[in-house]
Design a binder for this molecule. Structure first.
Ligand code: COA
Ligand code: ZN
Length: 431
């Protein structure tokens, strides 16, 4: 039942002891990097100042902007010790890059294996991973974890819906990793192919990478005939496998031996009590190449420290309730409106106003961007406008890694708002 009984069932006191020891080691290690060396010196902190876990509040925070500007400076090892990187979308010099040593990859894979084992995955299972491979962590992160566990792992990747169904049938797939909106969308493909997913030997689904409700989970469970587990992770801290649901499905256990979690009021930055929503702030406890201290995830959730019937001592977090920033998630891809702004404003034909609409079209989540075109370019020549539309779409796709639908509109035709120029309208049905 446990992948690592000793660690998973530590008493709360022993867990705290382990965390403190690892926190001190991590702070010492982080201090070897240029970035944290300076930060810790400015704050006047040495590892011995940490007498208890509460002393973590003496440490400075790390933000997404720090990562954007300084990830190389956060390395604690020479680059030759680094064997992989993952990155967020963004080609305009704003992508966040995370570097992993061989040990980091192994520890991460072990946490994912632990998570999958907890839900009942075993060596006999056949696992199809429909997350994006490449720079996303959802693909390779789960892949290495499932292989570590010993399941037969199919690196299907994202997209190509018919092929997904064919693979599931051909190889008697029992477990899938899938973005929840895509799981619902894929049901149409099943229908077109005359296949009922409930007739397949599927029994486990892992869903995450975007917010969704418990109702959506139950729909996926019913339609696929599976038990669907919530997984939470963020590439800044490795990737998936930061927190994961156990068979009780009552919140996601944070792997606290590896990630120290704080839940803070985003305005005062003081800890909130259990059950109150706050910002999740994480500190790596075992990462070697690029340990992050007090990383502000911007994700909002609450935590529960009551004992779980599964016997694991780690605290559980609720599903993510929202974000403190304006990040949009589309098809499992994180998008900041500023990325869209930058691409559009570089194009001479584009006037200064545009509108971002999140829609659901034929069951598929889509981003529709209405773009005002300057008067002198808005000609009657349809071929010209089509060409322009294509160029804008391609520029956006290469920046965002998903394809938006671009609608060109006349100058001054979109409603104006005071102050905030970037506007996002989300008209997707709430599940
Ligand atoms: N996951 C997987 N495939 C998806 C998807 C999703 N969330 N949403 C749509 N798709 C499918 C589409 O149905 C389509 O399938 P088809 O080949 O049968 O037509 C195919 O992907 C391409 O969709 P389209 O909308 O034309 O392309 P896009 O350029 O907008 O998006 C994706 C491309 C879906 C491949 C890209 O968004 C992606 O890689 N998403 C996954 C990201 C991920 O894994 N995140 C996890 C991070 S930990
Ligand atoms: Zn549990």
């Amino acid at each position: 039942m446990y992948w690592n009984r000793e660690i998973e069932t530590l008493t709360t006191n022993n867990l705290k002891g382990l965390q403190l020891e690892r926190l001190r080691r991590t702070v010492a290690r982080a201090g070897q990097s240029q970035f944290y060396g300076q930060r810790l010196q400015q704050a006047g902190i040495v590892p011995d100042d940490l007498g208890s876990l509460e002393d973590i509040r003496k440490l400075p925070f790390t933000t997404k902007d720090d990562l954007r500007t300084s990830s190389l400076q956060m390395l604690t090892t020479p680059l030759k010790e680094i064997i992989r990187l993952h990155a967020s979308s963004g080609t305009t010099g704003q992508a966040t890059v995370i570097y992993y040593t061989r040990t980091d990859i192994e520890l991460w894979a072990d946490l994912v294996a632990r998570s999958l084992y907890m839900t009942g995955m075993r060596q006999e299972d056949v696992f199809q991973n429909m997350m994006g491979y490449g720079l996303f962590t959802g693909g390779l992160g789960f892949h290495y974890g499932a292989e570590r566990l010993g399941a037969l792992t199919i690196p299907a990747g994202a997209g190509n819906s018919k092929r997904q169904v064919q693979l599931m049938r051909q190889f008697n797939v029992t477990a899938i990793h899938i973005i929840p909106s895509y799981a619902l969308f894929l049901l149409q493909t099943f229908e077109e192919l005359g296949v009922d997913p409930r007739d397949l030997p599927l029994r486990l689904a892992y869903i995450g990478a975007e917010p969704y409700s418990d109702a959506t989970r139950r729909r996926i469970e019913a339609a696929y005939g599976v038990k669907a587990y919530n997984c939470y992770g963020l590439s800044e801290l490795n990737g998936p496998g930061v927190a994961f649901e156990c068979p009780e499905q009552n919140g996601s256990h944070v792997w606290e031996d590896s990630y120290l979690i704080e839940v803070l009021d985003p305005s005062t930055l003081d800890p909130v009590p259990p059950g109150t929503v706050g910002e999740l702030v994480f500190t790596n406890l075992t990462r070697q190449g690029m340990p992050l201290l007090r990383y502000r995830s911007r994700d909002l959730a609450s935590y529960d420290d009551r004992p779980c019937p599964c016997g694991r001592s780690s605290r559980r977090i609720s599903r993510i309730q929202g974000r403190t920033d304006d990040m949009i998630i589309l098809k499992g891809v994180n998008i900041f409106p500023i990325q869209i702004d930058r691409v559009l404003m570089r194009l001479p034909e584009v006037a200064s106003n545009y509108l971002i609409e999140m829609q659901q079209i034929k069951g598929n989540d889509q981003m529709v961007i209405k773009v005002e075109v300057k008067q002198e370019y808005f000609s009657e020549d349809l071929a010209y406008l089509k060409g322009l539309q294509k160029r804008i779409t391609e520029a956006l796709k290469s920046e965002l890694l998903v394809t938006p639908r671009v609608d060109l509109v006349e100058h001054n035709s979109l409603p104006r708002t005071e102050g905030k120029a970037v506007r996002v309208v989300d008209s997707r049905p709430k599940a």
